[in-house]
Design a protein around this ligand. Structure first.
Ligand code: BTN
Length: 244
């Protein structure tokens, strides 16, 4: 996007820095990157481990013209873009776990959080927060994350050039955002489904409404996950976590 890059040594969360800039009318494509986040956050209010110098902790300001109900499409678009970028660079077998975690062999290597500000159903801006475990070593991971998280370095055995990754992520995001503007969600959904690890599998969904078991069928028109229950009824899932 060729917009300013704001680089910080340490912040609470790059989401907050990007939000402040967005409120000051910064242009779409403005990027905030930090070496360390002391209060990095994930989906559903969870903390996101963001140690100094090891990862890519970044937030991108977007100004989508689509109404608010399309925000989940943007979430899925971001997952496709980052997955493509990381696959291009590392050749690793990276897949998407609904809605937008990136996994290698069942362990998380990247999380994405989209936060937006709206007025009268119109989106004023969206902040795409992307956290990539690039160069974490197994020793860097706290005990509770060791069984569930990994890094590009752990998986590839190579130190990752974070600048190259940031450039590739932005380039893929721009390409897909353009495709989305021109052709809508259909091609994005097809790409997402081709990279997803849950389609056709038996999964459990946990959200505020409770828990459900079924087979993940694919995406609906608004980016919701379609779950086929035991009685063959297909229900849309708009939010939550899945488990295999
Ligand atoms: C998740 O896995 O639930 C989403 C994690 C998103 C983490 C990124 S790191 C950059 C940006 N700043 C944050 O505080 N969160 C996002």
């Amino acid at each position: 996007w060729g917009q300013p890059l704001h680089l910080f040594e340490s912040v609470l969360s790059t989401q907050d820095e990007a939000r402040t800039l967005a409120e000051q009318q910064t242009a779409e494509g403005t990027l905030v990157i930090a070496e360390e986040q002391t209060a990095g956050r994930g989906r559903q209010g969870r903390p996101f481990f963001s140690p100094s110098g090891r990862g890519i902790w970044m937030s991108l300001v977007m100004r989508p013209t689509q109404p608010l109900q399309y925000m989940s499409q943007l979430t899925l678009l971001a997952a496709v873009a980052v997955c493509r970028a990381l696959r291009n660079i590392t050749q690793l077998d990276i897949g998407i776990k609904w809605p937008n975690d990136l996994l290698i062999d069942g362990r998380k290597v990247c999380g994405i959080l989209i936060e937006s500000a709206a007025e009268d159903g119109r989106v004023r801006y969206a902040i795409a927060g992307i956290g990539i475990d690039a160069n974490l070593t197994a020793e860097d991971l706290p005990e509770h994350l060791q069984p569930i998280a990994t890094s590009l370095r752990i998986e590839s055995g190579q130190i990752i050039d974070r600048t190259v990754v940031v450039a590739e992520v932005i380039s893929e995001l721009e390409t897909l955002y353009q495709l989305y503007a021109e052709e809508g969600f259909t091609p994005i959904a097809a790409l997402w489904e081709s990279m997803a690890i849950s389609i056709g599998k038996s999964i459990q969904v946990h959200n505020a409404q409770g828990s459900l078991q079924g087979i993940a069928q694919g995406l609906g028109m608004n980016g919701e996950l379609l779950l086929r229950l035991a009685d063959d009824q297909v229900v849309p899932i708009y939010s939550g976590d899945i488990e295999f």
